[in-house]
Design a protein around this ligand. Structure first.
Ligand SMILES: [Zn+2]
Length: 156
């Protein structure tokens, strides 16, 4: 990390930094992490940050919260390519890029109300990734295809 980037993303003692979020998507990231309803968590958001790689990007910094794998998959849906940095005692202990898997299971509902995955509790929603740009997925059960806005609205 260059010094310039460090200044923009101030150091935190412990928590998670989500960098390289496509510009405008940081609010969706906060929404799926359910953070606004938890007053115990301090969140800093930087929007329209200049980025060599992306032009502009958003950055979200969450103190005292380490994300689980289902949350990371949700972030991959909304902000594929985002960089996750996990910090403990001001030190980076882990840094990686979130990548969408080819099969997406359990983190969103099928938008077809009559799909078996919505009717039977024992059937876990499962989707195949058809395209990343535009984001398109297909339900494993009813073959309904869903695109970006529909996908974002169906994340559980
Ligand atoms: Zn379906």
């Amino acid at each position: 990390m260059t010094e310039e980037k460090m200044l923009k993303v101030e150091k935190i003692r412990r928590g998670t930094v989500i960098d390289h979020i496509p510009v405008g998507r940081s609010f969706q990231v906060l929404k799926i992490l359910n953070i606004s309803s938890d007053p115990g968590i301090t969140v800093s958001i930087a929007i329209h940050v200049k980025s060599k790689k992306m032009g502009l990007k958003d950055v979200v910094k969450i103190e005292d919260r380490i994300l689980d794998s289902s949350e990371l998959n949700k972030i991959a849906l909304i902000a594929e390519g985002a960089t996750i940095t996990i910090v403990e005692d001001y030190e980076v202990i882990k840094k990686f890029v979130v990548v969408l898997p080819d099969i997406i299971t359990g983190i969103l509902k099928c938008s077809n109300g009559r799909c078996i995955s919505n009717m039977e509790n024992s059937v876990k929603p499962s989707f195949t990734l058809l395209s990343k740009n535009p984001l398109t997925i297909k339900c494993h059960y009813c073959e309904r295809e869903m695109e970006t806005d529909e996908i974002f609205g169906s994340i559980t």
